[in-house]
Design a protein around this ligand. Structure first.
Ligand code: ADP
Ligand code: MG
Length: 684
């Protein structure tokens, strides 16, 4: 009996084993029937003809039309890849794996890893026999590091191009160059396919030498869209209550898809729905809850595609994986939280981080479309019409949101110098050069023309941080203050941990007075975090979480500390310390020797120093800019001779924020090259 997973609207499955046998027998045929029903199927010959003719082709088509699963199979059946392989990239690991499994099944393979394989981080399920390989875009980039001509492949398909992840954006340039070089050297040609659900086609076509684009018409049904009347503070709770409202009213075989932002949220909401569904007062059919997120264990992934047992309703709680990467049949209702977790650059601290923010209008419509694939559907947006209107039209490419020093160092890790790189949307050249100079001063490269990283540089790329902050963490070992630096960098990586209600400014300042430090704001963060960490009682009692949670909440209220933000900092700290562990950086603490912390901060922030000029005015050493200390700083009202700062904020005046006092003579020890090459002059 063949293993099979079949999508069907008919949830009344027979139970006897004979019926099971028959059903399975039918499933094999029905899998082929399903393939034939996909919109790409009738375009098969036309598509193959275009793919044969063009060395680069853009394919645009509605999500669920069969691009990702079918087109590689068409190419393979027609042997267009000759003796090479077909690579298909996906921004997300969960999509690469589940799609590879599905395609293996469609091709009649007993298991994945034969004709069809996948490669994601820490997992390579492919063999010499593999003809179609699904990979995350990050993994294909890694393969490009080993062989920048990608000779293993004769066809590379960059899928989900509209998402414009940094990895896919960089791959555009890498495959374009590989195709050109292979042609010049008369090596076997490389065919490039760009696939997407929505796309600025002219822009893509222009970049790929005005290549042809082909549109696949999808089949969609109308979706009724509802907005909330008032904005919801707690969108998770709103999603849950909306779900139960639907559950009460909708026919049981109408499945529901809920969009949330990340794994924890998905798990929390799934848990809540499971709990509430056991309540005898809940009206509606029994509920089968499935989850879908990037880091989900492989074995759980396929469950979302299984129809719910007879007379049960399936609800899938997902991150934006289900937006365009994977399609699940049977969905008639979509609940959209309107939020997404994306990597973003925090200009204030220079930290690259994951933040939860509103989706774009384009994403909003993609999510809505999931409800109308098979018949008329419904989409409940957990935001108001006004909130929708204020969303960005489309998603900004990650490369333009990310810090350039970070992009430059990542490209170097791939052996590519960003100045010579053919970006689809290039950042300004001065910005790239400035990033390289910063990397040189930090010791990540020998010179701004270097094409390789130093050993420090190689370690720096391991942290998901602006290189200045990675450098601080790497220096901490020598200064014996790894624990302290982890805390400070973690506290700087999110929103402020301090609460400053305008009406209670004085109270807030005096409540936090005991954490204040004459050395400045960073040390104050350290003192606050230390005290907060002591609150967690060292016990395993059953209600440990609640007790410590209440304790923390009270403490935060009392000290005007933002609980959510300090908990976030604590999470980031754990992640950073895991990376230190991997790099064999042992933990260490300098205790009360705060000078070590101040010097260590300077090893990454020496480019951000200002000196007292006159009468409360400061002047930055680098850009000779006149600045003053921001009123939010603990050093406001004082006049230390020299300070380092994490950011400059410009309103009516230029303010320095996030300060630590330093001594000028330390700069000569820590950054002698900078002082000399940048012609740094001191007043005192
Ligand atoms: P596109 O790439 O155009 O968005 P896909 O090729 O991903 O479309 O999907 C085509 C069809 O394959 C969809 O109807 C989807 O439901 C089905 N499908 C994809 N993966 C699976 C799976 N693991 N199990 C069952 N069906 C699947
Ligand atoms: Mg797809």
């Amino acid at each position: 009996i063949p293993k099979s997973v079949v999508m069907s609207n008919n949830h009344n499955s027979p139970t006897s084993s004979f019926n099971d046998f028959l059903k399975n027998k039918n499933k094999t045929t029905s899998i082929q029937e399903q393939r034939r029903k996909l919109p790409v199927f009738e375009k098969r010959n036309k598509l193959l003809e275009l793919i044969r003719q063009h060395s680069t082709l853009i394919i645009v088509g509605e999500t669920g039309s069969g691009k990702t699963t079918q087109i590689p199979q068409f190419i393979n059946a027609a042997r267009l890849q000759n003796n090479g392989r077909i690579a298909v990239t996906q921004p997300r690991r969960v999509a690469a794996i589940s799609i590879a499994m599905r395609v293996a099944q469609e091709m009649g393979d007993a298991e994945v890893g034969e004709n069809v394989g996948y490669t994601v981080r820490f997992e390579d399920v492919s063999s010499v026999r593999t003809k179609i390989k699904y990979l995350t875009d990050g993994m294909l980039l890694r393969e490009a590091v080993a062989d920048n001509l990608l000779m293993d492949y004769t066809v590379v398909i960059l899928d989900e191009a509209h998402e414009r992840t940094i990895h896919t954006d960089v791959l555009f340039g890498v495959v374009k160059q590989a195709q050109k070089t292979r042609e010049e050297k008369k090596l076997k040609p490389l065919k490039i396919l760009i696939m997407s659900a929505t796309m600025d086609v002219d822009h893509f076509s222009e970049y790929f030498n005005n290549c042809q684009a082909v549109y696949l018409e999808g089949r969609t049904h109308p979706v009724n869209v509802f907005y909330t009347l008032i904005p919801h503070e707690d969108y998770q709770a709103a999603c849950v209550s909306t779900f139960f409202k639907i559950n009460k009213e909708a026919p049981h075989n109408h499945d529901v898809l809920i969009f949330l932002t990340g794994q924890e949220e998905v798990e929390a909401v799934a848990h809540q729905i499971r709990l509430l569904s056991r309540d005898p007062d809940v009206e509606g059919p029994a509920i089968k809850v499935c989850t879908l997120y990037a880091a989900q264990p492989t074995t759980q992934q396929m469950a979302v595609f299984q129809p719910a047992p007879a007379s049960m309703r399936k609800v899938i709680v997902s991150t934006n994986v289900a937006e365009t990467s994977v399609t699940i049949s049977g969905i008639r209702y979509v609940i959209d939280s309107g939020m997404v977790k994306t990597r973003s650059y925090h200009p204030a601290t220079g930290l690259d981080m994951l933040i939860v923010q509103p989706i774009s209008q384009e994403q909003s419509w993609q999510r809505t479309g999931r409800a109308g694939r098979e018949s008329e559907g419904y989409c409940y947006r957990i935001y108001t019409r006004k909130q929708y209107d204020s969303m960005n039209k489309s998603t900004v490419p990650e490369i333009q949101r990310a810090n350039l020093a970070t992009v430059a160092i990542q490209l170097l890790a791939l052996g590519i110098h960003a100045v010579n790189f053919d970006f689809m949307d290039a950042p300004p050249k001065e910005a790239i050069l400035a990033a390289f100079e910063q990397l040189r001063l930090l010791g990540a490269i020998e010179s701004i023309n270097s094409k390789t990283l130093t050993s420090i540089g190689k370690k720096m790329v391991q942290f998901p941080l602006d290189p200045r902050f990675s450098k601080i963490l790497l220096s901490a070992q020598a200064y014996g203050c790894v624990d302290e630096m982890l805390t400070i960098v973690a506290c700087l990586s999110g929103e402020s941990i301090f609460l400053n209600p305008p009406s209670k400014r004085e109270q807030a300042i005096s409540a936090r007075q005991k954490f204040a430090s004459p050395y400045g704001d960073h040390i104050m963060l350290l003192n606050t975090f230390k005290e907060f960490s002591r609150l967690t009682p060292n016990t395993t009692s059953r209600d440990f979480k609640n007790t410590s949670g209440n304790h923390q909440r009270m403490w935060c209220l009392e000290h005007y500390v933002n609980l959510r933000n300090i908990l976030y900092a604590s999470e980031v700290r754990t992640q950073l310390s895991e990376i230190c562990e991997r790099l064999k950086i042992p933990s260490s603490s300098c205790g009360d020797d705060i000078d070590q912390v101040r010097k260590c901060l300077l090893t990454g922030l020496f480019m951000n120093v200002a000196e007292l000029h006159k009468d409360r005015q400061y002047i930055t050493l680098d850009k000779r800019q006149l600045v003053i200390i921001h009123p939010s700083s603990v050093l406001y009202g004082q006049q230390p001779a020299s300070v380092l700062f994490t950011e400059v904020v410009q309103t009516s005046k230029c303010y320095l924020r996030g300060l630590t006092t330093i001594e000028n003579k330390w700069l000569h020890e820590i950054a002698p090259d900078y002082i000399q090459s940048h012609n740094i002059r001191f007043n005192r």
